[in-house]
Design a protein around this ligand. Structure first.
Ligand SMILES: [Zn+2]
Length: 412
């Protein structure tokens, strides 16, 4: 392999800070929701950087920014990037780091080796967090896969009921053309992202190769019993949904503990009604978020929960209703791309471990149209979705170096 380009850590840090300044909030935080003025400014800055690097930028119908350099031999494109929107507020790194990393890697490659053999593209995805439109569900990457319907722009709304179509029109996008964002000419998608958890920090390693993205199922559960007096009604005659809830919550959480990593189950929301100290509740409305990256374990997790819910409800005389609100199946990364990154790590002396992602990512959607793989960079304290999220420049540079060599191997 020819001598690899040297990456410039100062330039990378400048880009992270420049993007983080757009929508800067509460110190080191960033508040940059999809289609907001800050979002428009951030996409424009990335576009300017891409132009300066000799790439040709364009915004697709949904608001994803693509910046391309054509290959001498044509064929399907090698793509890298991540999302530009944030939580309210998030930090400087979630999403933005993957855009900066792709830009740094691609511009170093083109500056050193010129035009690639295969087309090479930077992708700055428009919406991943759901922080402005909670039901957008990977709006940018989903449009690329063609899974967004023509009706969706009017159906997907913010918390005030305003459709995403209005927000798109306000910045000059035409929601009626959203289907044109579909791509079927991508050979591989590489997404670098912060880990958002503590595993790399505990292992004292800078980067991870991601071999699977977790399956995520969120179920809304309602247990209904009979509302009665807390003193006058004997225990053996009660139909108490709080008792059923407490048993279910304890047992689903314990089940994930016993399965061991990477199984996770969270009961994050619970609303008893009427929620009064001297009243046996009439109902409890709660959620179960259960995740596993391996399909067989994912199925086992949910079958176990379904049986448990039914058994507890029946035994306690409670009415049970369930509504699956999110169901994203486990997504394995492309085995050849995983091996590629592992081999590069070994050859380049970049210490890594291979792990699954417990968070959802755009790559999960992109896997429907192309092989995908992710690179994680260590998160300080495992923190993310907060202004406190932080990754060091040395760790980031190891991640970008890994990405750059991979892009070189696939595109040149
Ligand atoms: Zn993210």
């Amino acid at each position: 392999m020819p001598d690899l380009p040297t990456l410039d850590p100062i330039r990378v840090e400048q880009m992270i800070m420049a993007l983080g300044a757009i929508g800067a909030h509460s110190g080191t935080g960033v508040w940059r929701t999809a289609y907001s003025p800050e979002w428009v400014a951030a996409q424009a800055l990335v576009s300017d950087w891409a132009t300066a690097a000799g790439l040709s930028p364009r915004m697709d119908a949904v608001g994803n920014l693509w910046a391309r350099i054509d290959g001498t031999e044509g064929g399907k494109a090698i793509v890298s990037g991540s999302h530009i929107d944030t939580q309210c507020p998030g930090g400087r790194y979630d999403g933005a780091l993957g855009v900066v990393a792709a830009l740094a890697a691609i511009s170093a490659l083109t500056a050193t080796f010129g035009r690639p053999r295969r087309p090479l593209e930077l992708l700055s995805l428009c919406e991943e967090e759901g922080s402005r439109f909670p039901k957008a569900g990977f709006w940018g990457s989903r449009a690329i896969t063609g899974r967004t319907t023509q009706a969706d722009p009017e159906i997907v709304t913010d918390d005030d009921g305003a459709p995403i179509a209005d927000a798109m029109r306000a910045i000059g996008l035409d929601p009626a053309t959203i289907h044109t964002a579909r791509r079927d000419d991508i050979a591989a998608f590489f997404e670098l992202h912060i880990e958002q958890g503590p595993i790399l920090e505990h292992a004292n390693l800078p980067v991870a190769v991601v071999d699977a993205i977790t399956g995520i199922r969120q179920t809304r559960v309602t247990l209904t019993g009979e509302q009665n007096h807390a003193g006058a009604f004997p225990m053996d005659l009660r139909r108490d949904p709080m008792a059923g809830f407490a048993e279910i919550a304890g047992r689903v959480i314990d089940h994930a503990h016993r399965l061991g990593r990477p199984a996770v189950t969270t009961v994050g929301r619970a609303i008893p009604w009427p929620n009064a100290p001297a009243v046996i509740s009439r109902s409890v409305d709660f959620t179960i978020d259960a995740r596993h990256p391996r399909p067989a374990d994912y199925t086992l997790l949910h079958e176990t929960h379904a049986a448990l819910l039914a058994e507890v409800a029946a035994r306690r005389g409670l009415t049970l209703t369930t509504d699956i609100q999110v169901d994203l199946p486990p997504t394995p990364c492309d085995p050849a791309l995983v091996t590629l990154l592992q081999d590069i790590s070994k050859a380049q002396g970049i210490p890594q471990l291979t792990m699954s992602s417990g968070a959802g990512h755009d790559s999960q959607q992109m896997a429907a149209v192309c092989p995908v793989v992710m690179i994680f960079v260590r998160s300080e304290g495992g923190r993310s979705h907060t202004p406190e999220e932080y990754s060091t420049i040395p760790d980031i540079m190891e991640g970008i170096r890994l990405l750059m060599v991979a892009l070189h191997k696939r595109a040149y």
